[in-house]
Write a protein that binds this ligand. Sequence first.
Ligand code: ATP
Ligand code: MG
Length: 239
Amino acid sequence: MIQCKNITIGFGEETILENLSLTIPEGEITIIVGRSGCGKSVLMKTIEGLYMPREGSVYIDGADLTRLNRRKLLETRSNMAMLFQGSALLDSFNVYQNVALPLREHTTLSDAEIRAQVKEKLQLVGLDDVLEKLPSQLSGGMQKRVALARAIIRQPKYLIYDEPTTGLDPVMSDEIVDLILKLQQSNRLTSIIITHDFACIQRIQGRIVMLSDKQIIFDGPYQNFISATDPRIRKFNRH
Ligand SMILES: Nc1ncnc2c1ncn2[C@@H]1O[C@H](COP(=O)(O)OP(=O)(O)OP(=O)(O)O)[C@@H](O)[C@H]1O
Ligand SMILES: [Mg+2]
């Protein structure tokens, strides 16, 4: 479980999020929405331990991130994976090398073991026939799937998706959402999805958390979100 307790995050004079509390229970999908610049990525980076809150605490499975030493922090972070907005694949590495990278960097597994795991994950995302291709030779949707295989290669407990469907056509976007749901069911992942994409929100119908004005202004199920009367939510809903 992830718990943010009364966190305030800022840079210099600027406060981005103020006295915010949020609990993310295990095994569920939480969707984070809000206008560009409202602090969604900042919140996620704080949960990952990349930014330290000015005030308050972030607990990951009971451990306070703000009080962990470096070794413990790295250990806690190894339970978390992130699917970056731009996929962030290494251009000069082929698909196999990209997906294998976290295992090469963080484990002492043999080549044969790594190969087996990479193949298994690529199969899971429906891409086990493009091992030798470079990212530039793949479509945007395929790149996302490779990035997803890489994100889950170390079997994380928490997976954060930053705009997983943005920039994809509706068919590819649907495929990615299907995959997110499939991973959710088969691996019992705790998923956090940052998105602007209403089609994605509509299909997942998870719990929605909306940020605005440095706070959480909505936290609840999809059905309540679409019928909310707060003008800031209605403005968002119209899209
Ligand atoms: N490292 C940083 N140093 C200073 N300011 C930052 C830093 N990271 C983010 N900010 C500021 O924090 C605010 C929130 O940024 P953030 O990236 O979280 O927005 P966002 O909600 O993810 O937006 P988008 O939907 O466009 O990705 C912005 O005003 C941004 O300029
Ligand atoms: Mg962002």
